[in-house]
Structures are given as C-alpha cells and as structure tokens.
Design a binder for this molecule. Structure first.
Ligand code: FAD
Length: 284
C-alpha cells in the first residue's frame, strides 16, 4: 500500500527538530532509518501529517568516549555501532547482538536510537541495553532528562518518551574485559528472535565474579534475569554450574504465544539459551 499523504521536513539541528515536533504535536512523527516506520506508514497503521527526518542532524550520530561510559548517538546506524572499537571494547554484548540483527541492508539504514525508540519486544537491542544498565538521554523543548533502561521500556512498542521528545543518545557504562555473547533463536536467517539472551560476564580466574543477563521476547518489554545473575556469582564457569543457575531464567517472565512457539516453549528456550549464552560469554 502507498502511505497516506504527509508533509516532510528535514531539520539540520536537534533544536529545529524539537521545534517542529512541538509545532505539530500528535500529527507529527520523527523518522530515523525508516526500517520500522516506513512499513507502518505503508500499512497505514499510522498516518502522521508531518514526518520529521532526523537524517541531517549530524549531532545525533557517532560513538564517543565519556570517561566511565561510552555514548552512542541515536542516529548512529547499526552498522557503525557494530564496527565501533569503543563499543567492542566496553560493551561487547551490543556488538554481538548487532552481528545477528537483520541483514546488512537493514543494518546500514536502521539506527540504534530508532530501534530502541520503536521498542519492539522482539527487537535485539533492548535486552543488551537493559543488561548493561544503559541510560537514555531524552531531549525536549524544556531541556534534557536521563531515563534509566529499567524505566525506558514501558510496554509493547511503548517507551518513556513523550510525544514531543526525541531520544538523543544512549550512555553505556564501560565494562572492559567482560566476556559477552548474544544467543538468538530463529527458524530462518535474518528473523526477529523467537527468544534471545544477552549475557555479559566478568571472570575472576575461572570463577564468575559478575554477570548480566537480558532476555528478548519473554514479555512485553526486555527483561533482566536477575535470579540467574545472582546464582552465577561465585560459580565456576562450568556446564554444570551454569546449567543450574540458568534453570531460573524464565522466572517472572510473561512470554507471548504465537505461531513460532507457545509460552511454555519460550520458557524452556529461555533456560537453554541462557546456559548457552553464559557459557559462550565465559569462553567455556
Ligand atoms: C527486513 C527487516 C528485518 C529486521 N530484522 C530485525 C531484527 O532481526 N532484529 C531487530 O532488532 N530489528 C530488526 N529490524 C528492525 C531494525 O532494527 C530497525 O532499524 C529498527 O527497528 C528501527 O530503526 P530505524 O532507525 O529504522 O527507525 P525508524 O523506522 O525510522 O523509526 C522507528 C520508530 O522510532 C521512532 N524514532 C526513531 N528515532 C527516534 C528518536 N531518535 N527519538 C524518538 N523516536 C524515534 C520513530 O518515530 C518510529 O516510531 C528489521 C527491519 C527490517 C526492515
């Protein structure tokens, strides 16, 4: 289908983009890489009167070092995040997740901020961001505010962003030297995950000193498997110990049932994929 008619503006600065958003309110929609919004417009699931393209706002692009954190601009493409050495060194689980996100064409157009703002529960970037305690810097006409990852994802396709706000950048605390893995379960290549698990571990010798585990598509938002994280601390990175800790991965989750699998199957997958993800992250 062809999208409903809309006006198009392409501001050069964040301030201009925010002013346009404030002017048009509910009638406007920002577009980043368009990889999720364009299908929505074509299916006429959303019919904004004005589309505000963030493509020319250079200040929203790139990854920078900010002391104890790295900062990823919302308009940085998946491909650029994937190839960024700062990300690989300090937030390896993101690199591992993007490696498996869609196909090269989508990774060259789609953006880090667009994927997170879209808040698809099957999206691959929510769980790693949550596991890493990312902070979302949100800009509005009144200034900026910072939203913790645990508060950013509110529900299915719903975030803490207000209609007149733009996600500016995401701040991720550095974790150099951590092992990481993203275990994604799909039926065919380049699919959204049926379930996926993001794992990052810090090893002290052969023992797990700290662990972060995020779950994709196990509820209406990305989830943290905190009981697994706690059970892993102080354990050797062996199959037996990790298997025992991973057994509680589905605790407190509310996975969907659909043609790809029912909720019980997803709960089973969560434990299996958590074991695989943690062992791979630990290099075991
Ligand atoms: C064929 C295909 C396969 C895919 N496979 C996967 C996959 O396996 N895993 C996966 O995670 N994703 C997948 N995607 C989605 C991909 O990751 C998109 O890049 C992403 O969901 C949206 O990013 P975008 O930059 O294209 O955002 P857009 O489509 O431009 O925007 C998406 C939404 O976010 C809003 N938005 C965008 N940027 C901002 C901002 N800075 N501030 C506030 N709101 C904003 C828009 O208004 C819109 O509502 C796939 C997409 C396609 C087309």
């Amino acid at each position: 289908m062809i999208p409903a008619r809309f006006d198009y503006v392409a501001p050069a600065t964040l301030e201009e983009a925010l002013a346009a958003l404030a002017r048009h309110g509910d009638d406007a929609k920002v577009i980043a890489g368009g990889q999720s919004l364009l299908p929505v417009l074509r299916m006429r699931l959303n019919t904004p009167e004005v589309v505000i393209d963030l493509g020319k706002v250079e200040a929203l692009r790139g990854v920078r070092d900010d002391g104890d954190a790295i900062v990823v601009g919302a308009m940085t493409t998946h491909s650029d995040v994937y190839h960024d050495p700062l990300v690989r060194e300090n937030a390896l689980v993101l690199t591992r997740a993007i490696e498996q996100l869609a196909d090269p064409q989508v990774r060259h157009r789609g953006t880090f901020g667009g994927a997170l703002a879209h808040a698809d529960p099957a999206g691959d970037l929510g769980a790693p961001s949550l596991a890493l305690d990312a902070q979302f810097v949100v800009a509005g006409q009144g200034g900026e505010r910072t939203v913790e990852a645990a508060d950013f994802f509110v529900d299915l396709f719903t975030t803490a962003l207000a209609d007149d706000e733009i996600l500016k950048e995401v701040r991720i605390p550095k974790r150099p030297g951590w092992g990481a893995h993203y275990e994604k379960f799909v039926r065919v290549a380049h699919q959204w995950p049926i379930v996926a698990v993001a794992a990052a571990v810090k090893l002290d010798g052969g023992t797990i000193g700290e662990a972060r585990v995020g779950l994709t598509n196990m509820g209406s938002t990305p989830l943290r498997a905190r009981s697994v994280e706690q059970a892993l601390v102080g354990q050797p990175a062996t199959d037996e110990a990790v298997r025992a800790a991973a057994a509680s991965a589905a605790e407190g989750t509310n996975p969907p049932s659909d043609l790809n699998g029912d909720a019980d199957y997803r709960r089973h997958l969560a434990t299996v994929l958590t074991r695989r993800a943690v062992l791979a992250a630990a290099g075991a």
